[in-house]
Write a protein that binds this ligand. Structure first.
Ligand code: F6P
Length: 373
């Protein structure tokens, strides 16, 4: 019997654990004699480009890659088969739907199934292609943890660990200088990274998109931190650590970001809320020294922690098994302790956001963290 062919790709922003998923898929496939695995370079672009950019994935190719950050296949969060950037004669950019052409190409290449590893944008593409008849399985990834149908996405815990390590370091310098330190973390519309790292790092204030803040409440918390009677030498006069999610916003205000000039980029580029907050606190009358640090893409770099390697491996193995079982149009998802399949339609329906009345926010408030609400 002729071997069947599954094509794997990674789409959207990179995320620690992508390589562990790829390895899980290839290793599981190599236990059968029915399936061979190929990789498409840079999301679906490898199929859409001429000549195509496709690589063979074997046990040898994926040896030991579960410890590597990034993705051996490359990725992009621009364009895609439904919105391919096209330069017009006048130099402006528009988009073209190249999905039918891509599906024809995949048939010609003998691709029987596709595994698309990506976040909400990528899984919307998976859904669109599934509706057009492609045999596709989705694997959820994002450091933001904002996909509602899985308990966790891989990469999230690694990002939280990176932020927590950064807060631990900033505490010592904040205490030595009696400073207010603002740490800006990623997460887009979701405050998960901020909330987890604020609790783990023992922050005083945590500002997240789901709970718009009142600057005066933040100021009051800062003053409370400076008015305590402290015994430690370095922190005699007090200091304050504020974790702010990039999508956080003041009550009645809006998010801080810019419209990206990059061709095909479909989001507002969030960033700068830490600097804005520092200015607003000064304007509100905070007289202590304030410094801010933007952790940025450090949160997505480097080696995944063990939890994410395990979750990513589980997703990879199960996604390949879904392919073998013919369970298409689904996204693998973690429902502790199982990895289950969720129809793609449900998987992308809503975002996973922090509920202001959730247990974790309650816990954070229980250790004195101020949200400014
Ligand atoms: O979705 C992951 C993420 O890292 C967000 O937290 C962040 O807002 C965005 O991607 C940054 O995107 P880019 O890598 O395009 O700057």
């Amino acid at each position: 019997m002729a071997m069947k062919r599954v094509m794997v790709l990674t789409g959207g922003g990179d995320c620690p654990g992508l390589n562990a998923v790829i390895r899980g898929i290839v290793k599981r496939a190599s236990q059968t004699s029915d399936w061979e695995v190929i990789g498409c370079i840079e999301s679906f672009n490898g199929v859409l480009r001429e000549p195509t950019e496709i690589v063979e994935l074997t046990e040898k190719t994926v040896e030991g890659i579960q410890i590597q950050g990034g993705t051996i296949l490359g990725t992009t969060n621009k364009g895609g088969p439904f919105a391919w950037p096209v330069k017009e004669a006048d130099g402006s950019w528009s988009t073209a739907d190249r999905s039918d052409e891509m599906l024809r190409k995949l048939r010609y290449m003998g691709v029987d199934a596709v595994i698309n590893i990506g976040g909400d944008g990528s899984q919307r593409i998976s859904l669109g292609l599934a509706k057009k008849g492609l045999n596709i399985v989705g694997v959820p990834k994002t450091i933001d943890n904002d996909l509602s149908m899985t308990d966790y996405t891989f990469g999230f815990q690694t990002a939280v660990q990176i932020c927590t390590d950064a807060i631990d370091k900033l505490v010592t310098t904040a205490a030595s200088h009696n400073r207010v330190f603002i740490v800006e973390v990623m997460g887009r519309d979701a405050g998960w990274i901020a909330l987890h790292s604020a609790i783990a790092g023992g922050a005083d204030v945590c500002l997240i998109p789901e709970i718009p803040y009142d600057i005066n409440k933040v100021k009051a918390k800062i003053e409370q931190r400076y008015n305590r009677v402290l015994t430690g030498n370095a922190s005699r006069r007090g200091y304050c650590i504020i974790v702010v999610a990039e999508g956080a916003l003041p009550k009645g205000g809006s998010v801080t970001g810019t419209v990206s000039g990059e061709v095909g980029y479909q989001h507002i580029k969030l960033g700068g809320v830490g600097e804005q907050l520092a200015a607003d606190l000064k304007a509100a009358g905070v007289e202590h020294d304030i410094r801010y640090t933007i952790l940025g893409h450090l949160q997505r770099g480097g080696t995944p922690i063990a939890f994410d390697r395990v979750l990513a491996t589980e997703f990879g193995v199960r996604a390949m098994e879904f392919v073998m079982e013919g369970r298409f149009g689904q996204m693998v998802a973690y429902h502790h302790p199982d990895v289950v399949g969720i129809p793609l339609e449900e998987a992308v329906r809503e975002q996973n956001l922090v509920a202001p009345d959730s247990r974790l926010v309650h816990t954070a408030k229980g250790v004195g963290i101020e949200f400014g609400d």
